[in-house]
Design a protein around this ligand. Structure first.
Ligand SMILES: O=C[C@H](O)[C@H](O)[C@H](O)COP(=O)(O)O
Length: 260
């Protein structure tokens, strides 16, 4: 069955499908969260069913755990797995050093714990997420619900001395109530517009009492698989500095999308 997909959705699908090829039998794999990661989880489920791929998946959210189980992937906890071979996850922005903003879906806390406990992190993203400087996407910061307004004020005050363009923040809502993460916390989205020194910002934010974790992923991602609407992918590796451009499977984009 072929379903009508937007070019962005096709790009996400292409990158997720290509990245799923990096997974080999016997691996312990961190399973990211979000719409791009969902395609990757589904594809790994297909490989489990069709090729007998044997993996243990460590989900980065309750949503991904449910999706992985539904796809037939064996799911375990990070503590059971201890250390992972590979994590594949989406991102909201990535720069040329493969530093990231994550947390658009509110899952960056578990995502960061899981990615940091992995030999390798592969990010899957459509090309529109490539930026020169991080910060156009509001930076998600997970905070304790307790004293949330005080933490918000402290963060905004702290931002005065930082190399950023904006400093207002918004408590993420879900309907009429604050959005609650899998860990029972809230999310503040920081409208920074441009982050001049991401390393300094990350350290400073995480030192504020009430802050649990920010959505900056610095020196964590090894490889990005960028997808395009025509089914092409481009693989950038931060260690080798290589950029590999690939056409869709069999050189035919419609083949790639035909079995969705
Ligand atoms: O909290 C959510 C995650 O960090 C996602 O991986 C990120 O927001 C990208 O999501 P999507 O693939 O839906 O654009």
């Amino acid at each position: 069955m072929t379903v009508e997909m937007s070019p962005i959705e096709r790009a996400k699908y292409a990158s997720a499908r290509r990245a799923a090829e990096f997974v080999e039998s016997g691996m312990k794999v961190g399973l990211g969260t979000g719409s791009t990661a969902a395609w990757m989880v589904k594809r790994l489920g297909e490989r489990v069913r069709e090729e007998g791929l044997k993996i243990q998946g460590v989900p980065t959210s309750s949503g991904t755990a449910a999706l992985a189980r539904e796809a037939g992937i064996e799911v375990t906890t990070l503590d059971e797995a201890r250390w992972l071979d590979l994590t594949i996850d989406g991102a909201d922005e990535f720069d040329s050093n493969l530093n990231l903003i994550k947390g658009g879906g509110g899952a960056h806390l578990q995502e960061k714990v899981v990615a940091t406990a992995s030999d390798q992190m592969i990010v899957i993203a459509d090309a529109a997420k490539a930026v020169e400087t991080l910060g156009a996407f509001p930076l998600p910061v997970e905070i304790l619900a307790f004293g949330g307004q005080t933490t918000k004020a402290l963060i905004e005050e702290t931002l005065v001395g930082m190399d950023v363009l904006g400093r207002d923040s918004v408590l993420r809502m879900q309907g009429d109530a604050p959005f609650v993460t899998d860990e029972g916390n809230h999310i503040l989205d920081l409208n920074l517009r441009r982050i001049g020194n991401a390393r300094q910002l990350s350290l400073v934010l995480n030192q504020i009492p009430g802050v649990v974790e920010n959505g900056l992923f610095l020196d964590i991602c090894d490889t990005v698989v960028i997808g395009y609407g025509d089914g092409k992918t481009e693989i950038r590796d931060i260690h080798t500095g290589t950029i590999t451009e690939e056409t869709a499977e069999g050189g035919d984009a419609e083949n790639l999308f035909s079995d969705i």
